[in-house]
Ligand binder design. Structure first.
Ligand code: ADP
Ligand code: MG
Ligand code: MG
Length: 212
């Protein structure tokens, strides 16, 4: 069983920042097709701000909840695009899910992922099939929970989450956007991957790397 402390959580956010920065141009290109071409910039700004804010924290003095709330606040302040409040809500919910814990066990990490997915759903009011990041986040959280429930390790559970996110993101190609900016395109959004679903795969992959 992995014990996740604040240092590990900060390392996880560093992994996300690096992965998103490396993926920035592709995400902007995807958003350029069905949106306004800023998704990579927004995500890189957000996770860059999170990395800087977490670097300034005294990790020995705080619990995971405080770290996650700092991540939420810095992401929200840095990002003007729709992804700002969506990920900020995800991290606020993650913080609430692990409140009072000094370190996180596998179960807590899985609960954190589920809370993130639920937070994004609640904030965006998007359901599965509406061609948003929910189409990657929700199946990922469900796959992690299912794997964990059958006794899989955290690494295995997060592998399952990543695979489900990849499939979910790929599946957005066959969807007509019903939420967010790209919904204005109607059927013209068909055939293209949703940028927020694509970045969710990158985020979840980096979380998997950073956590287990
Ligand atoms: P903006 O559209 O404001 O420029 P971004 O480019 O950062 O914002 O993010 C676009 C992504 O946000 C979309 O690809 C989609 O995945 C996600 N998104 C937009 N609206 C919603 C919503 N209501 N619920 C969930 N996700 C959404
Ligand atoms: Mg955009
Ligand atoms: Mg924008």
């Amino acid at each position: 069983m992995t014990m996740i402390d604040t240092a590990r959580l900060r390392a996880m956010f560093d992994e996300i920042a690096v992965a998103i920065e490396a993926d920035k141009d592709r995400l902007c290109q995807l958003d350029g097709v069905i949106g306004d071409a800023d998704h990579g910039i927004a995500m890189a700004l957000g996770f860059g701000a999170v990395r800087d804010a977490l670097a300034a924290l005294d990790l020995s003095a705080i619990e995971p909840t405080a770290l996650l709330n700092t991540a939420a606040k810095s992401f929200l302040n840095a990002v003007g695009a729709s992804s700002g409040p969506l990920y900020a809500t995800a991290f606020i919910r993650a913080a609430a899910a692990v409140k009072g814990k000094a370190t996180l066990a596998d179960t807590d990490a899985v609960a954190m992922l589920q809370a993130m997915a639920q937070g994004i759903r609640d904030r965006g009011k998007a359901e599965i099939g509406e061609k948003t990041m929910v189409d990657a986040w929700q199946p990922a959280a469900e796959a992690a929970a299912a794997a964990h429930a059958t006794g899989k390790t955290l690494a295995e559970s997060l592998d399952a989450a990543l695979e489900a996110a990849e499939q979910g993101a790929e599946g957005t190609k066959d969807m007509i956007a019903a939420k967010g900016r790209s919904s204005r395109l109607g059927e013209r959004s068909l055939g293209h991957v949703d940028p927020g679903a694509a970045s969710a795969v990158t985020v979840i992959g980096a979380m998997r790397k950073g956590l287990a």
